[in-house]
Design a protein around this ligand. Structure first.
Ligand code: NDP
Length: 273
């Protein structure tokens, strides 16, 4: 049977096996999908061993995405832009192809929530790996403006300069931000510690859409905060997780699974519904 897995550290709580098993059932594909948690300095060897032993493809998550970028034989254009790889496929001619489906997953999820990206004013919080992966797919939707704000301002400036050729992207400090924005995407890892990015509450209004890439069984700190300040449309990153997985599954199997039912089952599994 064709074998796939996700590499991460820690990865024990990953929902990827659950999601891909449902995709396989739905599309009647014969495959198995597992977990691998190599020590941080043993990822390269573990990756090689997996493919030497017949593995067909894998996902890569924190903290291995940049290492994977350096280890594959060939990069897709979107992985090259993202500077990170979250999906690897062994092609028929034996080449390890590195791809990045995170940004496409984010845009697909935003669209499935009915969020309009064209001509909208978007604020992206954070300038780490997730922000980098999101920039090209977001700019491809032709927003009127995309502002990046990050705690370490120089990193936001660097990203804005790097993606400037793709659209109207600028960097501002949190203090400089002036509304109204149509959409705020939190790609910081602040919610992981229950912390908030230092965003002025005045930037939140009833018609704004709020997206936190993080997810959990209950509202993230950022979503709770935005709701308190009047945001009516809030979304967490669970849909992005399922959509990036669907994109990876399509890369591997050449068949696109439906995501709605899988997202519902995942929510049930997490106790969200
Ligand atoms: P990185 O470590 O690469 O970047 C973290 C970013 O968060 C940096 O810009 C950092 O700022 C900022 N940050 C951290 N703590 C704070 C704080 N207290 N206040 C303000 N800013 C802060 O992480 P990633 O980009 O890889 O991931 C970010 C988040 O996105 C994670 O929560 C991750 O789980 C989520 N994610 C979700 C996915 C999904 O499918 N739903 C997919 C990928 C990521 P600074 O530069 O100053 O350090």
């Amino acid at each position: 049977m064709d074998r796939y897995l996700v590499f991460g550290h820690p990865v024990r709580h990953s929902k990827s096996p659950f999601i891909h098993t449902l995709f396989a059932r739905q599309t009647q594909q014969e495959l198995e999908y597992g977990l691998a948690e190599p020590a941080v300095d043993e990822f390269a060897q573990a990756l090689r061993t997996f493919f030497d032993q017949g593995g067909k493809g894998c996902n890569v998550t924190v903290p291995f995405k940049e290492q994977a970028f350096a280890l594959v034989d060939r990069l897709s254009p979107r992985a090259k832009r993202a500077g990170a790889v979250n999906t690897i496929k062994l092609t028929n001619d034996g080449v390890l192809l590195g791809d990045n489906t995170d940004g496409a997953g984010l845009v697909a999820d935003l669209k499935s929530h009915g969020v309009t990206l064209a001509d909208s004013r978007i604020l992206l919080l954070g300038a780490g790996g997730a922000a980098r992966g999101a920039l090209a797919p977001l700019l491809a939707e032709l927003p009127s403006e995309l502002v990046i704000a990050n705690r370490t301002h120089t990193k936001a400036q660097q990203l804005a300069a790097e993606f400037h050729d793709l659209g109207p992207v600028t960097a501002q400090t949190y203090e400089q931000l002036a509304g109204p924005f149509d959409l705020v995407i939190n790609s910081t890892s602040a919610s992981l510690q229950g912390e908030l990015p230092p965003l002025a509450p005045a930037l939140i209004h009833t018609d704004i859409a709020i997206y936190d890439m993080m997810y959990g069984a209950s509202d993230t700190a950022f979503i709770s905060w935005a709701k308190q300040h009047g945001a009516r449309q809030t979304m967490d990153g669970l849909g992005m997780l399922v959509e990036q997985a669907a994109e990876a599954f399509t890369v591997w199997r050449g068949i696109r699974p439906g995501t709605k039912q899988v997202l519902r089952e995942l929510k049930r599994n997490l106790g969200v519904i």
